[in-house]
Unconditional design. Structure first.
Length: 162
């Protein structure tokens, strides 16, 4: 039987709502070593309706990773409200950056003043997994508290690079 695809086999971007666009641009550029590709703003009734809002004005910047774009969004209208999600809360999401070496990536975090949530973990058999041993992970947050992760994947967690 031929599998019918819906076109939902790749991601385009993740949007991160922030309090201060300039501060967040500085953070994500320092974190990734990349520069934002553009800055702009969008708003008005048509954009608001798409998002289920009455009115909106969004200042934003786009950062292009190799396989995913990050949209950094500062809502001027309506003014954003601070939300705080722990990884275990329903509807919480996180953005995970794939790295080759977790220790080198951790050094980079420390260089830019970011402390991980806890010590990195390397998956071992005693963790209850059936595969993926040797995969290393660590969690941290951006300046607004967005959940972020680093992963040095092994086994089934490792994707083929395009």
């Amino acid at each position: 039987m031929e599998r019918k695809t819906t076109g939902l086999s790749r991601a385009n971007h993740v949007g991160i709502t922030v309090k201060d666009l300039e501060k967040s641009i500085t953070f994500y550029e320092a974190l990734t070593g990349l520069k934002v590709s553009n800055r702009d703003e969008i708003g008005g009734a048509r954009m608001a309706r798409v998002q289920g809002l009455d009115d909106t004005l969004i200042r934003y910047a786009n950062l292009h990773l190799d396989n995913l774009n990050i949209d950094i969004l500062e809502y001027a209208i309506p003014e954003s409200e601070t939300a705080s999600y722990r990884n275990n809360q329903i509807s919480a999401m996180h953005l995970c950056f794939e790295v080759d070496d977790i220790n080198t990536a951790l050094e980079r975090l420390k260089e830019i003043g970011v402390e991980p949530e806890g010590a990195p973990m390397v998956f071992e058999k005693e963790d209850g997994l059936k595969s993926g041993f040797g995969t290393a992970v660590v969690y941290f947050r951006d300046p607004d508290g967005t959940n972020l992760e680093l992963i040095a994947p092994q086994g089934p967690f490792k994707r083929k690079r395009q």
